[in-house]
Design a protein around this ligand. Structure first.
Ligand code: SF4
Ligand code: SF4
Length: 257
């Protein structure tokens, strides 16, 4: 069941959510609000994902993560300090810091939220990369050329979402069943979600979307007729850390647990 704006504001303690310098650290996009936003893009220039938490059952998270990591040769490294992840879960307070308080609905606080690279419209990771190994494509996807990555980790320091992982070791011995259609990485290289650009090129949806039972929807924000636009027209949505001005392209519809 979805929650309405009033209930959500009550739970999130919105009255206290003003950032330093008056910048809002709270953003709740009302249905249709995106249409009036400053970041309107022409068709084909703003790939985006909507994560509808109200549609997630217990298994969907796992299926999405497994599919993503299997096709992208993401290694399973036992040492958590050296973990590599493209898609994973965190709790509400970690995903939306400043929005959680002790009076929030128990079901919401205790639930895992899927997180991934936000493919920000104003990505700090791209600005700091000295070799252009990280770049923003015409369609808005923030992509990487692993061969150009020199492992300086400036992009990791610049990303406020912890969306990037560093290969402290050779990842290849930790890949159970390598997918030979996708490149493996090497020691000293950064990696992250690529919005499945290799699948998009073949006309397929992102792997996580395919496995999500419609809880994830991918599309073009620049196309007013797209499914993502349709969903954002009809639902309240939030994005991560709006006060930082990175303009994430991943939107969350927060349902009650
Ligand atoms: S989430 Fe982080 S890695 Fe992804 S585009 Fe934004 S700043 Fe870059
Ligand atoms: S879009 Fe593709 S790469 Fe990104 S999390 Fe989903 S499956 Fe993984």
């Amino acid at each position: 069941m979805k929650i309405n704006r009033r209930e959500f504001l009550k739970m999130a303690g919105a009255s206290t959510l003003l950032g330093i310098g008056g910048g809002s650290i709270f953003e709740l996009l009302a249905p249709g609000e995106l249409e009036a936003s400053r970041k309107e893009k022409p068709a084909g220039q703003r790939a985006a994902m909507v994560i509808d938490m109200s549609k997630f059952g217990a298994d969907e998270y796992k299926r999405c993560i497994e599919a993503c990591h299997a096709i992208h040769n993401v290694p399973e490294i036992p040492n958590p300090k050296h973990e590599v992840k493209w898609l994973w879960t965190e709790n509400f307070g970690q995903v939306f810091p400043g929005h959680a308080d002790e009076y929030m609905a128990e079901g919401l606080v205790g639930r895992p939220f899927l997180v991934l690279c936000n493919h920000c419209d104003n990505p700090p990771c791209v600005r700091v990369c000295p070799t252009k190994a990280t770049f923003k494509r015409e369609d808005g996807i923030v992509a990487m050329d692993y061969h150009r990555c020199i492992g300086c980790r400036f992009c990791m320091a610049a990303c406020p979402f912890g969306a990037r992982s560093f290969n402290w070791n050779d990842p290849r011995p930790f890949i159970k069943e390598p997918n030979h259609k996708f490149p493996t990485r090497t020691k000293g290289v950064v990696e992250k979600c690529n919005f499945c650009l290799e699948r998009l090129a073949d006309g397929d949806p992102p792997a996580c979307v395919e496995k999500s039972n419609s809880a994830l929807v991918f599309g073009d924000l620049g196309d007013s007729g797209s499914e993502v636009r349709e969903i954002l027209r009809k639902n309240y949505a939030i994005r991560r850390k709006p006060e930082l001005g990175t303009y994430p392209s991943v939107y969350y519809i927060v349902g009650q647990g």
